[in-house]
Design a protein around this ligand. Structure first.
Ligand code: F6P
Length: 343
């Protein structure tokens, strides 16, 4: 029998509960015990845990969010944080720790594997889909579908009022959600962090569209996109414990510029955390479930310092350190496909 800890850290996303359920079901089938650590690394620093048995996970498959809670706590930024994490890992008598997170949470996991807790297995999570070494992270598909549905809805109102509507979509460093939702929803321009925004090009595309009789347009923009010569639009200057600013505001500036330059009434819709909430799609439930089962297998066979990943249709394991070393940005071949429908 072994004792497995699990924590969920960073921004929540649909699919976390299916992962937790899968870890507990697989472990219980094999006579193992699972300890839930609350609110990411914070829970391990503060020894805040929850019993995870079959009763605790019953009925959570379709629920968004995470029953364990999450936080953006970085033990490396807290006085004595790493020491507490190590002490509590021992106190709990854990044989292994499954860490479910994005680049920040898994980045801490990589450091800890070198600083005294080698028995870690990672599971990649983020709506942004920007973790390398895996084709997809769970949460992304749900976010894309939510954003696509929003674009569908914005089409009917934009068309009725003959307006341009700018829709601001999540994506800090990578424009995966905007690109997929934009293609699926038929956005007329898609702007992503990977390619600086040229406002004159955007206006030329809208004008081209309007010149062929279309009297409305939808512009999808990632919150992390930047204007060509300007700076990133920040909501506030304060950094979180992983050094990130809170984004937001590019859509509003873009809408203002478009209205000024082409004289068409322009509105802005910011989707925000709606993209992170709600029930996971079938794809995310299945992916989360497969990741959870594989993570327990790795933990049980002592394959530590590894991260579960999707490669084609296979669940594989990759080096955790490599997975967090670079971000996966939008494939420019995909963006070229999106561009066919611009303007
Ligand atoms: O990293 C995922 C993400 O949803 C980003 O797309 C977004 O910029 C960020 O999290 C928002 O974080 P918070 O929940 O702290 O506002």
């Amino acid at each position: 029998m072994s004792k497995i800890g699990i924590l969920t850290g960073g921004g929540d996303c649909p699919g976390l509960n299916p992962v937790i359920r899968a870890v507990v079901r697989k472990a219980c089938n094999e006579g193992d015990e699972v300890v839930g650590i609350k609110d990411g690394w914070k829970g391990l620093m503060e020894l805040d845990t929850a019993k995870l048995d079959l009763t605790a996970i019953s009925g959570i498959l379709s629920r968004g969010g995470t029953i364990l809670g999450t936080s953006r706590t970085n033990p490396y930024k807290k006085e004595g944080g790493v020491l507490k994490v190590k002490e509590n890992f021992k106190k709990l008598g854990l044989d292994s720790l499954i860490v479910v997170g994005g680049e920040d949470t898994l980045g801490v996991a990589v450091k800890l594997t070198k600083d005294g807790i080698p028995n870690i297995v990672g599971i990649p999570k983020t709506i942004d889909n920007d973790l390398s070494s895996t084709d997809y992270t769970f949460g992304f598909d749900t976010a894309v579908n939510t954003a696509m549905e929003a674009i569908d809805r914005l089409h009917t109102t934009a068309e009725s009022h003959h307006r341009v509507i700018v829709v601001e979509i999540m994506g800090r460093h990578a424009g995966w959600i905007a690109t997929h939702a934009g293609i699926a929803g038929g956005a007329d321009v898609i702007l992503i962090p990977e390619l600086p925004v040229d406002i004159d090009e955007v206006c030329a595309l809208i004008k081209k569209r309007h010149s062929r009789g279309k009297r409305f347009s939808i512009v999808a923009v990632s919150e992390g996109a930047q204007f060509k010569k300007g700076t990133m639009v920040l909501q506030e200057e304060k950094l979180d414990e992983f050094g990130h600013v809170r984004l937001g505001g590019i859509g509003e500036r873009l809408a203002g510029e478009i209205e000024k330059k082409i004289g068409c009434e322009t509105r802005i819709s910011i989707l925000g955390h709606i993209q992170r909430g709600g029930t996971p799609t079938a794809f995310d439930r299945v992916l989360g479930t497969r990741f959870g089962v594989k993570a327990v297998e790795l933990a049980k066979s002592g394959k530590f310092g590894r991260m579960v990943a999707l490669s084609g249709n296979k669940i594989i394991d990759v080096a955790l350190e490599k997975a967090v070393s670079t971000l996966k940005t939008v494939d420019m071949e995909l963006y070229e496909v999106a561009k066919v429908f611009f303007g």
